[in-house]
Design a protein. Structure first.
Length: 181
């Protein structure tokens, strides 16, 4: 997190250093575009500092979730934690891209195309991660149930119901993702 705070301080220091010089440069060039350029660079610098800070925070949460999933005694939902961390990480990257597109203020068609691509990618990434999470929970339920000494016919019936439920959930996630796209 030190890198994000360091970038913030460097951008602030450079901006404060350039602030008294800007009016003189603008008068010398007879153009106020210098203010806009420095303003945009400062925005990008602060955005970069925020992104770096949030990146390390997301990596910290992801590693905590992964470590928490390995704790003993294991709960049935622990295998889903690493996928939640991945989901958080990928969505952080996609949100950062969307914010960067908004901050750059690209021309109309490029802005619309970039936003569409980020939205479609977000739907696909979330769909795949949710499907992986559903499979992880299914595997955990099967391993938890197989440890108990059940009648083989009851166990097969349980497996069949669980597979039907998994397929139904995967189908719903895919349909919802296609609808979002």
């Amino acid at each position: 997190m030190r890198k994000g705070v360091g970038i913030f301080f460097w951008v602030t220091a450079i901006f404060l250093f350039l602030s008294p010089l800007l009016p003189h440069i603008a008068i010398g060039l007879q153009n106020e575009g210098v203010f806009h350029i420095v303003s945009k660079l400062t925005e990008l610098g602060y955005f970069a500092a925020l992104i770096v800070f949030c990146y390390y925070l997301v990596v910290l949460i992801d590693s905590w979730l992964t470590l928490h999933a390995q704790r003993e005694p294991r709960q049935w939902y622990y295998p889903a934690f690493p996928f939640l961390g991945k989901l958080l990480f990928y969505n952080f990257i996609l949100i950062s891209l969307q914010l960067c597109l908004n901050l750059l203020q690209l021309p109309g068609s490029a802005q619309a195309l970039g936003s569409k691509l980020v939205s479609i990618t977000s739907a696909i990434v979330n769909c795949v991660t949710f499907i992986q999470m559903i499979r992880a929970v299914e595997d955990m339920l099967v391993s938890r149930t197989s440890m108990r000494n059940h009648d083989i016919y009851k166990f097969r019936g349980f497996l069949t119901r669980l597979q039907v439920l998994r397929r139904l959930l995967v189908f719903l996630v895919i349909i919802i993702s296609i609808g979002v796209i």
